[in-house]
Structures are given as structure tokens and as C-alpha cells.
Design a protein around this ligand. Structure first.
Ligand code: ZN
Ligand code: ZN
Length: 149
């Protein structure tokens, strides 16, 4: 798995919103991939949780639809962007991690170089869904601390 991931370094994977107005691509390798259970992600996506991955800004390219991209400051440190035509949630940037951009995995057209590695903001998860996997569950105030269950 490690070796396979390394073998894809430099490979570009493209993605888009639902309507195709916004297209982007990233160069592998990615930094991480995880399921976020925070309430902002829940409301923003109308879903129980959202799977994000991160790449350094220099590996990200917005290829089409710059003028369709709507930016929403969802917290004092985070800005989410979505397609103004179809509403697809696309990216999240934060002053807490200004080196990289978070990207919604579901918008990619092909697999990236890793599977989801953990759940974060576990304490905020929706109580109407059940998670049965063995991935580490992180929560607490930062959303990224080990959770005792
Ligand atoms: Zn769109
Ligand atoms: Zn979230």
C-alpha cells in the first residue's frame, strides 16, 4: 500500500462539482483522508458525515469555474466554498492549516492514493447513523483527540 501510494506521486487526479461548472485537480501524494462528523459538515452537506482529504496548496489547481465558486466563512478560521450553480460543497480552507486545502473526496473522478484513515469530531456525530468500521475515532474540543468509548 505504501509502495503503491509512493508510485503514484506526481499523478494528477481530477474532480468536479455535480453540474461540472467547477473543475479542479490535485497532484498526489495527499496528506491525509478522514471522515468528519462535525455539525457544520452535517448541515453543509445534508449528510451524517463528510469525507475530506488534504493536499498542499501547491499541488492543487482550480481548472475551471473560478467565477462559479462561492466562498462562505463558516467559522472564525474556516472558509468553505461551493458551486454557485449546483451547490456542491467543494473545498475548505482554514487559517489553522494555511499550508493545505481540504477537498471533498466524493467530488473526485478517480481514487486518490489512500483510503479514509480515521473519524474526527466523533463526539458531534449524528445519532441516527451507525458506523461499523475499525478506524480510529477522534474527538474532544479539537475534534482530533483520541476518544474513550
Ligand atoms: Zn456545479
Ligand atoms: Zn466537519
Amino acid at each position: 500500500m505504501e509502495a503503491k501510494a509512493q508510485g503514484r506521486a506526481g499523478e494528477r487526479v481530477s474532480g468536479s462539482c455535480l453540474c461540472g461548472a467547477v473543475e479542479f485537480s490535485v497532484a498526489l501524494p495527499t496528506l491525509f483522508c478522514g471522515h468528519c462528523h462535525c455539525t457544520m459538515c452535517q448541515r453543509n452537506h445534508g449528510a451524517a458525515y463528510v469525507t475530506w482529504f488534504g493536499v498542499p496548496w501547491e499541488q492543487f489547481s482550480l481548472d475551471k469555474g473560478q467565477d462559479q465558486l462561492v466562498r462562505h466563512a463558516s467559522s472564525d478560521h474556516g472558509t468553505r466554498s461551493f458551486c454557485g450553480c449546483c451547490g456542491s460543497s467543494l473545498f475548505c480552507e482554514s487559517t489553522k492549516h494555511s499550508d493545505h486545502v481540504d477537498i471533498v473526496l466524493a467530488n473526485m473522478h478517480a481514487s486518490i492514493d489512500r483510503s479514509p484513515q480515521f473519524h474526527f469530531y466523533w463526539d458531534d456525530r449524528a445519532d441516527w447513523t451507525r458506523i461499523g468500521d475499525e478506524l480510529p475515532r477522534l474527538g474532544g474540543g479539537s475534534g482530533e483527540e483520541p476518544v474513550e468509548e
